[in-house]
Design a protein around this ligand. Structure first.
Ligand code: DP6
Length: 328
């Protein structure tokens, strides 16, 4: 039985957002979501089960994991131990290729890579669906970092039927996500808490009612490689995520002046003929979606904005995969 395995998984940007759970414990979401994996934002994770250990050893980057991360990772290791019917403790090392503290999401790539590496190290060989289901329980958006390219997470009704599938391979459409990094401070309210509050917003029912149509617009736009159709749908969805957050009880303000300044600049650029649309996560950074041919111009416009500290350009990324080079 293999004791050690290393996996790499990309982060992803949602075009239709996951916000709110039907079942918080298992992370069964209120709605389907659609995303694109990001080739320049990935996590590499090595896991080794070792019978000599009496506790799990977890490192993130060069440091031992903090308590919150440690607890969440151990809970995930326990899920795999239960599946594999083992009790052996593990050594885990994880590293992000993107700078920490950029406000870029890492739980999606982290739990996707952890799921693949841990199951393989435990001697399990899960198929894509089972891996997506497992990753989802660690972090909802991680379910979408298992399959390739453009991905839809089928909300399902219970843990066993809530998983992500590839809609289109990463090389289907040469889109870019130009991330304008406006803040490097950690957000005050984590996504998990935000999901928990979503249903306190009066607007959540309306969102869930409106989504099937918007999901269909996004699917159609992707299949037709039609940015003029995709753009407005993803902007609506991003604003709606923030609307739900701001009208939750208590309200959460991920919305920020710097974010709005970037959005305004890009709306002006679009009025001048540049085909660029924004999307937002539960943080201040702005994801600028455009075609590859326009990415340099979009990045240049973003860099001119005083609030923008860094710009990271991503093409569509592959799904999670095993790699031969271990971190230790
Ligand atoms: C705004 O997957 O980070 O990025 O399941 O609690 O780990 P947890 O939440 P997470 O939520 C992502 C929220 C989002 C939208 C999205 O990626 O769909």
């Amino acid at each position: 039985m293999p004791q050690k395995a290393t996996a790499e998984a990309k982060s992803n940007i949602a075009f239709i957002k996951y916000w709110g759970n039907r079942d918080a414990q298992y992370r069964v979401p209120l709605n389907n979501s659609i995303s694109m994996n990001l080739d320049h934002a990935f996590t590499t994770t090595t896991v080794e089960f070792d019978a000599r250990l009496n506790t799990d050893m977890i490192r993130v980057g060069d440091l031992p994991a903090n308590d919150a991360t440690r607890t969440r990772v151990i809970t995930h290791l326990d899920r795999v131990r239960a599946l594999a019917k083992i009790e052996t403790r593990a050594r885990v090392a994880s590293s992000n290729n993107f700078p920490t503290g950029t406000g870029m999401a890492s739980s999606a790539s982290a739990f996707a890579a952890l799921s693949l590496a841990t199951t393989r190290a435990a001697g399990l060989n899960l198929d894509e669906r089972a891996l997506s289901i497992l990753a989802r329980q660690g972090s909802g958006s991680a379910s979408r970092s298992i399959p390739d390219g453009f991905v839809e997470w089928m909300a399902g009704t219970e843990s066993g039927n809530s998983y992500a599938v590839s809609l289109l391979p990463h090389d289907f459409w040469d889109l870019r996500d130009v991330i304008a990094i406006v803040s490097t401070t950690e957000k005050k309210v984590g996504s998990s808490d935000g999901h928990g509050l979503a249903q306190t917003s009066h607007f959540i029912d309306e969102r869930v009612r409106a989504l099937p149509l918007r999901l269909q617009r996004v699917r159609r736009a992707l299949f037709a490689k039609n940015l003029a159709m995709l753009g407005p749908a993803i902007e609506e969805d991003a604003v709606e995520l923030h609307l739900i957050a701001m009208t939750s009880n208590p309200p959460i303000f991920y919305w920020s002046p710097a974010m709005v300044r970037v959005i305004e600049t890009m709306r002006r650029a679009r009025a001048d003929g540049l085909a660029v649309y924004f999307t937002l996560d539960a943080g201040p950074n702005v994801h600028l979606i455009c075609e590859a041919k326009d990415a340099d111009q979009v990045a240049a416009r973003a860099r001119e904005i005083a609030d923008v500290q860094n710009v990271i350009v991503n093409a569509p990324g592959t799904g999670a995969r095993l790699i031969a080079e271990h971190l230790f």
